[in-house]
Design a protein around this ligand. Structure first.
Ligand code: FES
Ligand code: FES
Length: 204
């Protein structure tokens, strides 16, 4: 059949692989994928990134959460072809330097995981929240977790862990502000800080 000619009624539709280019955890990949290959299957079976877990397969449990171009997404609800040209972050990319992130450490220390099935999705989603809202409060954290099913922990230690990181971030900010104020201290002994006029002759 000539290209572009209408398909005969009842003719089977033949799917062909499509070439996509994605950046996964900072590495650029060119792959050929079938049009209906789920992103979760692409990550797990094609790329071997099995940290992306698959629970419900219909967008409810949150275990498959990854970030696509910086936005949390359910990998079980996307086709791999939809991510052509996108940057994907999975749980494997979090400790890329070999060091656990503060959130990973906090979950570990607060016993925020047991079987760990929900953990990758929660790490991605909570990491995203803390990036956007570094000092997120408990209510925001609980709202976030309403989209993630954990059958083991009862949620409290997960909330505690995320809140601990948020508090640390808030503390850092406060300490940073004070440090800045201290840095503003003048040669004449004034403590500095906002509104301090500075020393005579000091550049405004
Ligand atoms: S497996 Fe994707 S949301 Fe449950
Ligand atoms: S730790 Fe088992 S499901 Fe959350």
């Amino acid at each position: 059949m000539a290209e572009g000619a209408p398909m005969a009624e009842g003719a089977p539709m033949v799917e062909r692989p499509i070439s996509i280019v994605v950046e996964v955890n900072g590495l650029r990949r060119r792959e050929h994928v079938m049009p209906r290959l789920l992103l979760s299957d692409f990550l797990r079976h094609r790329l071997g990134l099995t940290g992306t877990h698959v629970g419900c397969e219909h967008g409810v449990c949150g275990a498959c959460t990854v970030r696509v171009d910086g936005i949390p997404a359910r990998a079980c609800l996307m086709f791999a072809v939809q991510t052509d040209g996108c940057a994907i972050e999975t749980v494997e990319g979090l400790a890329g330097t070999g060091e656990l992130t503060p959130l990973q450490r906090a979950l570990h220390e607060a016993h925020g995981l047991q079987c760990g099935f929900c953990t990758p999705g929660i790490l991605i989603a909570a990491g995203d929240l803390l990036e956007r809202r570094p000092g997120a409060d408990r209510a925001e954290i609980e709202a976030l977790l309403s989209g993630h099913v954990c059958r083991c922990t009862g949620y409290r230690p997960i909330v505690d862990a995320i809140e601990r990181v948020a508090r640390d971030a808030a503390g850092h900010t406060a300490r940073g502000d004070h440090a800045d104020d201290a840095d503003d201290a003048d040669a004449n002994g004034d403590p500095g800080g906002p509104g301090d006029p500075g020393d005579p002759g000091e550049a405004a």
